[in-house]
Design a protein around this ligand. Structure first.
Ligand code: FAQ
Length: 323
């Protein structure tokens, strides 16, 4: 499918130029003409991505007051703060497409926009913090590095910084797990239990299999997505299996085996019905995650009002906005 076929619109000069920019691997910028469906797809994806970063603070945030040492607490705090920052860059990127952040937040808390399925699972032990860093941030990196080459400039640029920080997140997770694996039998069991619970949901982060992914073909034609969901899932498995061996944990998939001919790992089929349920809002923690976000938003109303009142006052007094 070419970009023009994907748009289904007829605005000859503008659309031809848009197609040329995409074909030449150049960037579309906020003031450029773009097909409505391209804009809508970007808003959908960037908003979901931003919401995921913001909701994604909750499962780990759950352990901030119970981290086992000051060092682990400082690392976890820094990671959660990074995620808040990622959410903000991404909301800012979405705003360049003409949507307001307040509207996006409203859509999230009213269930009209999605966030990643992965953040609807509970964090039962401190090993989950390590496994989230290793597997969830690992999956996020696989998925997001290609987005640094996305055709929409503000999203691609936001992804460059985000990916650098995600790499730190992944390393801290792996280092935490290595420390636990060098500990007691109970600690090793705790890590294995966390891996058993997070492995399949991590594979589901990449989205439905290619045959069931309605958006991939068009997003690839527009060079928003650079690889299909299954390609990225395979890349993640190939990257992760040797890391699991080094760590000394077993991945909970009896079908996992090296395929000599393909030069990559064969693996089992995720439970797609589970992914559908979680996306529909029926995962283990969906309700509590959205409720927590809604409460935080409502509790923060006075901050937004105060900031607005201050900005208005400054403006009416003719003060500079930036000092
Ligand atoms: N969860 O046709 P496709 C992170 C939806 S950030 C929920 O394949 P598409 C950092 C999909 O939206 C993690 N919904 O869709 C961190 C679509 O529904 P719609 C977030 C999902 O867009 C780490 C429908 O299913 N990352 O982890 C999921 O082409 C640690 C059909 O699917 C991003 O958002 C899912 N897993 O591909 C933070 C990356 N999968 O909208 C804290 C950017 C699919 O039509 C701690 N996003 N759906 O109603 C993407 O790359 C893509 O949007 C995909 C989905 C690959 C997620």
């Amino acid at each position: 499918m070419t970009a023009t076929e994907a748009t289904g619109l007829a605005e000859p000069g503008l659309e031809a130029h848009f197609d040329e920019v995409i074909a030449a691997e150049q960037r579309i910028e906020p003031r450029d003409w773009m097909p409505d469906a391209y804009r809508a797809t970007l808003i959908r994806q960037i908003a979901q991505h931003a919401h995921s970063e913001i909701i994604g603070m909750q499962p780990e945030g759950n352990w901030l007051t119970r981290a086992p040492s000051l060092r682990r607490k400082a690392i976890l705090l820094a990671k959660a703060q990074d995620e808040a920052g990622h959410g903000l860059y991404l909301y800012a990127a979405a705003e360049t497409l003409g949507i307001d952040r307040a509207e996006l937040t409203e859509k999230l808390i009213s269930g009209r926009q999605k966030y990643s399925s992965i953040f609807n699972y509970p964090t039962l032990t401190f090993a989950d913090v390590g496994v989230i860093g290793w597997l969830v941030d690992g999956a996020a990196i696989c998925n997001q590095v290609p987005l640094c080459r996305c055709s929409y400039g503000p999203y691609a640029r936001a992804m460059v910084r985000i990916c650098k920080e995600e790499s730190f997140h992944q390393r801290q997770g792996y280092e935490l797990l290595i420390t636990l694996m060098r500990g007691t039998d109970a600690q090793r069991r705790m890590v294995q239990d966390a891996v058993d619970r997070w492995w399949w949901p991590s594979l589901m982060m990449f989205g439905p299999s290619d045959g069931d992914s309605p958006n991939t073909a068009r997003s690839m034609a527009w060079r928003i997505k650079r690889h299909t969901n299954d390609e990225l899932r395979q890349r993640f498995v190939d990257m992760t299996v040797p890391q699991a061996e080094h760590l000394g944990v077993t991945l909970p998939d009896p079908a996992l085996s090296w395929n000599e001919a393909r030069g990559s790992w064969d693996f089992g089929e995720p439970d797609w019905s589970e992914l559908k349920q979680v996306i529909k809002g029926q995962g283990p923690c969906n309700e509590q995650r959205v409720e927590r976000r809604r409460a935080a938003h409502e509790d923060g109303a006075w901050v937004r009002e105060a900031a607005l009142a201050y900005a208005r006052k400054r403006r009416s007094e003719g003060g500079a906005d930036h000092d």
